[in-house]
Design a protein around this ligand. Sequence first.
Ligand SMILES: [Zn+2]
Length: 406
Amino acid sequence: MDAVQHVFKGTFIHSTTRCDLEIIENHMLGTDRVGKILFFEDAQIQSRLSQKWGFDESNIQALGNNEFFMPGMIDTHIHAPQYTFIGIGMERPLLEWLEHTTFPTEDTFCDVELARNMYNTVVYDRVKPIITPRFAISCSERLLNKLGKLAEKHDLHIQSHISESPAEIKEVRRLFPDYNNYTEVYDRNKLLTNKTVMAHGCYLTNEELCVFRERGAAISHCPNSNISLCSGHLDVRNALNHRVKMGLGTDVAGGYSISLLDAIRKAIETSKIIFMERSKSERDNNETQNKQQENMKPDEVNEDTQNGPMKTENNHNVLSYKEAFWLATLGGSEALGIDHITGNFKVGKEFDALIINPEAKDSPFEVNSHVSKEEMLQRFLYLGDDRNIKSVYVAGICVVPFPSNT
Ligand SMILES: [Zn+2]
């Protein structure tokens, strides 16, 4: 066991670049002394693995029958200073909420001790410097320009907000009349790079999404916040079709939940709401057309509209739970540009993982022996909570339960 820190055996569920959901049963995964994945192989070759890596049966941590590993989930957008007022002031729209609730609280963070305590509560170790203009409204063109140059000079990550609410976009148009759109405000000032993550993007046009793809910039989809502040909906399917990098964000405290499980559920629900709205507007359009046609002579009736009703119901193209799982894990790591470090169980990456126990004491859902691993994952994603998360590993270190409690 000189080179090996942990050896795990059981079921692993993750996403790959080719597949949203891969369920790998009866496998063994070993980590090295710095928490990187050394091997990930079929358990049928256990004896060969134990010879090669120098471990024996007693070193193996085997999962229970229905337990499984999944990658740690990645929150691509959260405000540490806003954690203090999570769940408060959700009645206001974005700009009012910022004015009344957010800015006054954030002002108190000039107290360094207060700031240190809060950041230690919310933020984990993997912190890198990142250029963070709040959003275009709070910046002058000169400031944006200097921040872009700073990011370029030091090759820094960049994060901000974009096209979150109609009132915000209107204000950006007023403040930056020389720019064609919101995306151009960041892009022309060198703030849209392959190290950029922009939160929301609910109202980005197809043209703007193309610029995101060309620059390699990512969107953090924050559905809880978008609903809570009545900002809008991001059409995830359309952004994915444009091949824009994307992950999920809680956007605490615009979003009231700190849980990525909540973000997964709301991302799926948002996609379904968009689908229903679109179906309704198509039905309404068809009805209007049909009424118009009733008043037409037969030879004036357009064949296209006769054959076209309810097209979207045959094309139920909503975000699947598998895609939402991918967004919360590998998609998030790609959005943050850390997919070479984390996001799935690939040899050489750090071992960031959760052990999920669907049969935990007080589990909010039930399983029986007929339920497959895939169904268990679905139930966990839709119904599960912290009670089902038996352990959390970050870079090979078990951080939950805390070592003192084990
Ligand atoms: Zn935000």
